[in-house]
Design a protein around this ligand. Structure first.
Ligand SMILES: Nc1nc2c(ncn2[C@@H]2O[C@H](COP(=O)(O)OP(=O)(O)OP(=O)(O)O)[C@@H](O)[C@H]2O)c(=O)[nH]1
Length: 200
């Protein structure tokens, strides 16, 4: 029998090449894959968050336009969405309103959303200052974090924070007996902390 209480579905979205797959590999396998190829459609990995014993099912979607119709169908069942941009790419940042529109159109209204600026290890190539990313996140009521999949900066923190937040929401929902459950059940509980996550 599976020893976990909740199964959380987390979906990563964002332009091609921003580092979605590398973030997932860093968290689930602890590695930075050399020469990571583009994701075709959707890829998924399951990770049990060791600290609290919860299970997170992570869906990595393709950023390329031609796969959009496939990836959109994964938004609805997501408990959390991670919208990723590349801090070295103004183009990826400028595409964020488009992705926000997609979230509003396809995701559950109760979805927990995070804006993540990745590749902060490339200090000399940075185009988007941290405060600009933070401002954008605030405007759209998203949680915000900057990461480096390459240097493993903030990657575990990001996913652990999501697990903690989703557990809080799931417990809250259990207390509210009028609502039908949005979270998959399985038997444990969660607690972790986030020191570098901004919440608005
Ligand atoms: N320097 C640096 N490079 C990164 C980082 N994360 C990813 N990359 C590089 O960025 C490129 C794209 O990474 P992917 O993880 O494939 O990007 P993706 O968003 O999954 O792309 P699609 O699957 O096409 O949507 C690869 O060459 C990675 O090595 C990072 O944190 N720092």
């Amino acid at each position: 029998m599976e020893d976990y209480k909740y199964l959380f579905k987390v979906v990563l979205i964002g332009e091609a090449g921003v580092g979605k797959t590398c973030l997932v590999r860093r968290f689930t396998q602890g590695l930075f894959p050399p020469g990571q190829g583009a994701t075709i459609g959707v890829d998924f990995m399951i990770k049990t968050v060791e600290i609290n014993g919860e299970k997170i099912k992570i869906w990595d979607t393709a950023g390329q336009e031609r796969f959009r119709s496939i990836t959109q169908s994964y938004y609805h069942s997501a408990n959390a969405l991670i919208l990723v941009y590349d801090v070295c790419s103004q183009l990826s940042f400028d595409s964020l309103p488009h992705w926000i529109h997609e979230i509003e159109k396809y995701a559950n209204t109760k979805v927990l959303s995070y804006l993540v600026g990745n590749k902060i290890d490339q200090i000399n190539r940075r185009e988007i200052p941290e405060h600009i990313g933070k401002q954008f996140a605030k405007r759209y009521e998203m949680n915000f974090m900057e990461t480096s999949a390459k240097e493993a900066e903030n990657v575990d923190t990001l996913f652990l924070d999501i697990a903690m937040e989703l557990t809080k929401l799931a417990r809250q929902q259990e207390l509210d007996t009028d609502k039908s459950p949005t979270f998959s059940a399985g038997t444990t509980t969660v607690v972790s902390n986030c020191s570098s996550c901004f919440r608005f």
